[in-house]
Design a protein around this ligand. Structure first.
Ligand SMILES: CC(C)(COP(=O)(O)OP(=O)(O)OC[C@H]1O[C@@H](n2cnc3c(N)ncnc32)[C@H](O)[C@@H]1OP(=O)(O)O)[C@@H](O)C(=O)NCCC(=O)NCCS
Length: 480
């Protein structure tokens, strides 16, 4: 998506670079390579447009990004910091929380010690606390160095207040801490000055004592306290993985909070670390008001930006708010609908419609949104003299196919047609007859089933579409 030759000077500079590369000469003068470059730049600009859609919704919001110690040692770590610089240039405040268990393990091996735990869960004896302090401080410093290399200012403080975890299950947890508070004003003061806070998995109490904490839990508490728009876990697996009996575990792509809770309840034993910890803390973050939690592999180049700025993402999304919705189309959606159905028109799946035509009948259209972007549509054209309605322009973008969106749109369309007073639904299709019959319960009809004005247009079009029909039960509820 973006060049990696160095840190982005500014967001505007990136826009300028991409647009000048794309538009500096006329197409006809170009040799094939230049043409290929043009196509690739157009693709980048299309991606760029997708990014721009998200920018207003994230401006002045806070993202808490938790990075496992494993990721810090990977070659992609520097790229992650460049991507964080880009988020900053979009006026997104970023707080970085890091783990250190990988570094503690390495340090313990090098010094031939046996830590009482690696991840801040379980007992921390005095020697392990010392290992954690050394390893975590080193990692914090690597963050500060990396931020400096990306032209960003960073700072680490004592803003996570902790107390001893105490005696659990009859065992004194010694230097393992429990997070007791987050100094929100400290974080806000740094963010207001464009300084990236860096938070280690350690906390201090009022006596000046340090306790070992789990970084996933620190990130969750910081995200809740700051009212973050996102909590993003960059880890060493592609997302939340659940063992399903086969050799490779299944990566979960998208879970509502309720689904995530159900998953934890029923499949706790099938979730191995780091997935179990991310899911547990992700759920706590969502319950505490963070609307979205992402879990993804921090070693994948462009993973962070793809997760934040595309509908599909690359890892696992746990979400609270209504992520998907069907709504009535507005006049300003006509252009997006026109662009969405272009591929269907080109492949003759849909009848061509002009922008003006869509605008004229916009009140018949409904759109399916994912994260504020239109990815599917449907139109219900009423013929109420005949107590019929046409279900038309059913389309789902190819990126979102096979996720049940078509079925939701058709079901929704049926409900709308019922509410309008239709007793029968019909649909014309050239290539999706099986879909409507097998998935939607439609029956194969004939052109004689069409209301007279529609039959006339059917005959003129010459498309010879299949006619499908479905009887509707009487309406149950009022119009939306
Ligand atoms: C038809 C369409 C709306 C389905 O959308 P979708 O969101 O992918 O569908 P769903 O997720 O609800 O259903 C997917 C299932 O339908 C099947 N399916 C999808 N398109 C199909 C088609 N044209 N014919 C038969 N089956 C089809 C899939 O194989 C999948 O089957 P499975 O559940 O057994 O694995 C979508 O493919 C599309 O936009 N097609 C082009 C436009 C079109 O033809 N519209 C109809 C005329 S108005």
């Amino acid at each position: 998506m973006f060049a990696r030759s160095g840190p982005p000077e500014s967001f505007e500079a990136l826009v300028h670079e991409m647009s000048t590369q794309a538009f500096t000469s006329s197409d006809s003068d170009w040799p094939p390579l230049a043409r290929e470059n043009f196509a690739s730049n157009m693709h980048r600009l299309a991606n760029f447009r997708e990014i721009l859609r998200y920018v207003p919704q994230y401006r002045d919001k806070v993202f808490v990004i938790a990075i496992d110690g494993f990721v810090v040692e990977d070659d992609n770590f520097r790229n992650v910091l460049l991507d964080i610089a880009l988020l900053g240039s979009l006026r997104i405040g970023v707080v970085l929380v890091h783990g250190a268990s990988h570094q503690i393990r390495r340090l313990a091996e090098a010094t031939k010690q046996q830590p009482s735990n690696f991840d801040g869960i379980g007992l921390t004896d005095a020697a392990t606390l010392q290992l954690a302090l050394t390893a975590a401080n080193r990692v914090t410093h690597e963050f500060l160095e990396g931020l400096a290399a990306a032209d960003l200012r960073g700072a680490c403080g004592n803003a996570v207040v902790a107390h001893p975890a105490g005696i659990l299950g009859g065992v004194d947890q010694q230097w393992t801490g429990r997070i007791d508070g987050i100094d929100v004003s400290f974080f806000k003061a740094l963010l207001e000055r464009d300084i990236v806070p860096v938070v280690p998995p350690l906390g201090c109490d009022g006596e000046g004592l340090t306790y070992r904490l789990n970084s996933d839990a620190v990130a969750m508490e910081v995200a809740k306290a700051l009212g973050a728009a996102k909590l993003i876990y960059l880890t060493s697996v592609p997302g939340i993985e659940v063992a399903n009996g086969s050799t490779s575990p299944e990566v979960l792509r998208q879970l509502s909070l309720e689904e995530a809770e159900e998953m934890l309840k029923k499949h706790r034993n099938d979730l191995v670390e780091p997935s179990l910890s991310k899911l547990t803390n992700g759920i706590r973050a969502c319950r505490g008001g963070v609307p979205r939690v992402h879990v993804l592999d921090g070693r994948t180049d462009l993973g962070l930006l793809t997760e934040v700025f595309s509908n599909e993402g690359v890892g696992t999304l746990i979400h609270v708010n209504d992520y998907q919705a069907i709504r009535v189309a507005r006049k300003k959606d006509a252009r997006a609908i026109n662009a969405l159905i272009k591929a269907g028109v080109e492949s003759e799946e849909l009848v061509p419609r002009s922008l003006a035509e869509i605008e004229r009948h916009i009140s018949d259209y409904y759109v399916f949104e994912v994260d504020g972007n239109i990815v599917g549509c449907i139109a219900i054209h009423p013929y109420l003299d005949q107590k019929k309605a046409e279900l038309a322009c059913v389309f789902v973008s190819n990126k979102h196919e096979n996720q049940g969106i078509g079925a939701k749109l058709v079901q929704f369309g049926e409900g709308q047609a019922e509410r309008l007073g239709a007793k029968e639904l019909f649909c014309l299709t050239t290539q999706a007859a099986n879909y409507f019959v097998q998935k939607g319960g439609f029956q194969v009809g004939t052109p004689d089933d069409l209301p007279p004005p529609r039959r006339q247009r059917y005959d003129v079009s010459g498309r010879k579409s299949k006619v499908l029909t479905k009887s509707l039960p009487p309406a149950k509820s009022t119009a939306i």
